[in-house]
Design a protein around this ligand. Structure first.
Ligand SMILES: Nc1ncnc2c1ncn2[C@@H]1O[C@H](COP(=O)(O)OP(=O)(O)OP(=O)(O)O)[C@@H](O)[C@H]1O
Ligand SMILES: [Mg+2]
Length: 324
C-alpha cells in the first residue's frame, strides 16, 4: 500500500470536500426512533467523533450508512456518492468495523486477510503485508486469531479495512475493551491514517478519547444530533465557569446576582461558582473580581475553568434529560 490515496474521480455535481453527508436520516424500530432526522456533515481528511451515551443510536446510524439496515427516511452520501443508489462505488473505498471485528479463530491473522482480500479487487492481496505491518502485527501474522489479545483483534480489524485502500474508515467504538496502552495505540493509528489523507469516523461514548483523537464531533442523544462541528468551535460556544474562594460567599453571591452580564451564581461548599454565558469576554472575569473587592469582600482565589468537551457534553445531555 502506498501512502498516497488512490485516485477515484468524484461523481459530477457533488461536494467532494465531504466524506459523509446525510439529511433527515431516520431509522425506527417499532415505536422507537433510533436515528432521528440526522443531518451529519463530515469533512474529508479529519478524525470525526460520533459521540453519545449508550443507546444514543450510534451503531444504528453506522449500520444505516453501510446499508446493513435500511433508512426509513432521509438521504445520504458517502464520499460524494448517493447511497443506496451508488452504494457499490461508494463502499469500494469505505472500510468499516461495526461492533467487534469477527474473524475465523482457527486461522492465522494473515490467512484471515487472505480470505478477505480474495473477495476484493486483485490489488487487495498485494496490500496484505503492508496492512499487517501498518497496524503493528506483522510479527504475529502467523499466530491463530484465537491467540490474539483484544487489542490485536482490533488491529487486525483495521488491517482488514486497509485492504481496500479506504478513503473513509468507519469504526464503531474502536476503543471498546482496550486497556489504556491499547487505546493510546489505537489513537495513534487513527491519527496516522488521517495524516495520510483518509477520513476516520469513529463512534464512542468515551468523551475523553474523542476529545483527544478527533478534530470534529457530532454529539448525539436519543437519536438526534445536538451539536456538531470542530471541537474548538464547539468549546468556544460553551459557558465560562469561574470558581471563587472568598471570605463572604453569601454576600458575594448577592452582589453578583444583580448584574448585567447574565451570570448564574451559586454557592457550593463555601465556594462561589459563577457561570457566564457563551461568548462572554474575559474582561468580565476581571469585572467580577473588581465588584467583589471594591465591596469589601476578600478574594483568596479566582479560577477560570475552561470547559472540557466532557463538561459540555454532560451539560447538554442533562438539559435534555434521559427519557428513553
Ligand atoms: N435491531 C433492533 N431492534 C430493535 N431496537 C433496536 C435494534 N437495534 C437498536 N435498537 C434500539 O435503538 C436504540 C439505539 O441503539 P444503538 O445500538 O444504535 O445505540 P448505540 O448508541 O450504539 O449504543 P451503545 O453505546 O450501547 O453501543 C436503542 O434504544 C436500541 O435498543
Ligand atoms: Mg453501539
Amino acid at each position: 500500500m502506498t501512502d498516497v490515496l488512490s485516485e477515484v474521480a468524484p461523481p459530477r455535481g457533488t461536494d467532494d470536500s465531504l466524506a459523509v453527508e446525510t439529511h433527515g436520516l431516520t431509522k425506527r424500530f417499532g415505536g422507537r426512533t433510533a436515528v432521528n432526522g440526522v443531518d451529519l456533515v463530515v469533512p474529508r481528511g479529519c478524525a470525526f467523533g460520533y459521540l453519545g451515551p449508550n443507546g444514543a443510536g450510534k451503531t444504528t446510524l453506522i449500520r444505516v450508512l453501510l446499508g446493513l439496515t435500511h433508512a426509513d427516511a432521509g438521504t445520504m452520501k458517502l464520499l460524494g456518492h448517493s447511497v443506496p443508489a451508488h452504494r457499490d462505488v461508494a463502499l469500494a473505498r469505505v472500510g468499516a468495523i461495526v461492533d467487534e471485528p469477527r474473524f475465523h479463530q482457527h486461522l492465522t491473522g494473515r490467512q484471515n486477510l487472505q480470505i478477505l482480500a480474495a473477495a476484493r479487487e486483485p490489488a487487495a492481496t498485494a496490500r496484505i503485508e503492508s496492512a499487517l505491518d501498518r497496524v503493528g502485527i506483522l510479527h504475529r501474522a502467523n499466530d491463530k486469531v484465537s491467540k490474539y489479545s483484544m487489542g490485536m483483534r482490533q488491529r487486525l480489524g483495521v488491517a482488514a479495512c486497509l485492504l481496500g485502500d479506504p478513503h473513509l474508515l468507519i469504526l464503531d467504538e474502536p476503543m471498546n475493551g482496550l486497556d489504556p496502552a491499547g487505546m493510546a495505540d489505537m489513537r495513534e493509528m487513527i491519527l496516522s491514517l488521517v495524516a495520510e489523507g483518509r477520513t476516520v469516523v469513529l463512534s464512542s461514548h468515551l468523551l475523553d478519547e474523542i476529545e483527544r483523537t478527533c478534530d470534529a464531533v457530532a454529539i448525539v442523544d436519543q437519536g438526534r444530533i445536538i451539536r456538531q462541528g470542530p471541537i474548538n468551535e464547539l468549546l468556544a460556544g460553551s459557558s465560562l465557569e469561574v470558581e471563587i474562594d472568598c471570605d463572604a460567599p453569601a454576600t458575594a453571591q448577592s452582589l453578583l446576582a444583580d448584574n448585567s452580564f447574565g451570570a448564574t451564581v451559586t454557592v457550593l461548599e463555601d465556594c462561589l461558582h459563577v457561570s457566564l454565558p457563551a461568548g462572554t469576554p474575559r474582561d468580565v472575569v476581571a469585572e467580577v473580581n473588581r465588584i467583589l473587592v471594591t465591596s469589601g469582600v476578600s478574594v483568596y482565589r479566582l479560577q477560570e475553568n475552561r470547559a472540557t468537551l466532557e463538561a459540555w457534553f454532560l451539560e447538554v445531555t442533562s438539559r435534555l434529560g434521559d427519557t428513553q
